[in-house]
Design a protein around this ligand. Structure first.
Ligand SMILES: NC(=O)c1ccc[n+]([C@@H]2O[C@H](COP(=O)([O-])OP(=O)(O)OC[C@H]3O[C@@H](n4cnc5c(N)ncnc54)[C@H](OP(=O)(O)O)[C@@H]3O)[C@@H](O)[C@H]2O)c1
Length: 246
């Protein structure tokens, strides 16, 4: 059976854990060569070891433009092009309106919004015509969960970018799509919902009654990145066990 990403060069920001790491594994299984990024070198090293081959880690923070320049310079030097970008790095913290601090606001907008804008913009010179960009948003981009206002706004911005960039890039036939996970069993989620009762309440919002597994997010990202999605652009694919659909 032919593999869906044979010969493709891909970048996954935030590829050392959770959804990004599961996607890196799936991309490599489908024939891609994958670059992953993240801030912590030991986690990157462990991720590379767990994937095995056809993967390179480059340390860097998506919110730091000099780090992005260094990452794209290395990919350009080593491979000369980048067929697929999965702008995945991001995080969410909670703060109800009334206790939002400047630090809370800036930290999330810097990573989730500024990081996505400059990841994609700085990748563009390496992306050939016909390339594919996938952005990781969240179901919160259409929901109003308590204490999640700043995180939700960053993800609504991500969803918006896919619409505009689809038109900006149409002459180059570069497709831009969004994957929007529901609650998914990753270090991010487990670090945010440390109280078992909160986790139970969160899980109960999912129609399927369970958290998503990172591999269940990775497969739809493969689909959006691949030629199977050749007529899909500007779209948002919810992968949420029904959480935001009913
Ligand atoms: N898990 C969920 O339930 C869920 C639901 C909806 C949406 N999402 C979205 O899915 C994406 C991935 O989440 P996840 O749950 O897989 O998170 P995760 O388990 O915490 O993994 C996040 C990855 O991103 C890296 N990262 C974080 N900040 C970064 C930065 N500033 N620059 C570069 N890399 C960075 C982390 O490594 P370092 O910490 O070493 O940098 C790690 O490799 C995020 O955009 C998140 O908002 C997740």
């Amino acid at each position: 059976m032919s593999r869906k990403l044979e010969g493709k060069i891909a970048l996954i920001t935030g590829g050392s854990a959770g959804i990004g790491l599961a996607t890196a594994k799936q991309f490599v299984e489908e024939g891609a060569y994958v670059y992953i990024t993240g801030r912590r070198q030991p986690e990157l090293d462990a991720a590379v070891a767990s994937v095995g081959s056809n993967i390179t880690a480059i340390q860097g923070d998506v919110a730091k433009l000099a780090d992005l320049d260094r990452i794209f310079a290395q990919i350009g030097k080593e491979k000369g092009r980048l067929d697929i970008v999965f702008a995945n790095a991001g995080f969410g913290d909670m703060a109800p309106l009334g206790s939002i601090t400047e630090e809370h606001f800036d930290s999330m907008f810097n990573v989730n919004v500024k990081g996505v804008v400059f990841t994609v913009q700085k990748a563009l010179p390496l992306i050939p015509d016909g390339g594919s960009i996938v952005l990781n948003a969240s179901i919160v981009d259409i929901k109003g969960f308590p204490a999640f206002s700043v995180y939700s706004a960053t993800k609504a911005a991500v969803r918006s970018f896919a619409r505009t960039w689809t038109t900006d890039l149409k002459d180059r036939r570069i497709r831009v799509n969004v994957v929007s996970p529901g609650p998914t069993d990753t270090p991010l989620l487990n670090g945010t919902f440390t109280n078992p009762d909160d986790m139970k309440a969160l899980t109960s919002t999912v129609v399927m009654g369970r958290l998503g597994r990172p591999e269940e997010l990775a497969k739809p990202v493969v689909f959006l990145a691949s030629d199977d999605a050749s007529f899909i652009t500007g779209a948002e694919l919810y992968v949420d066990g029904g959480a935001a659909q009913v």
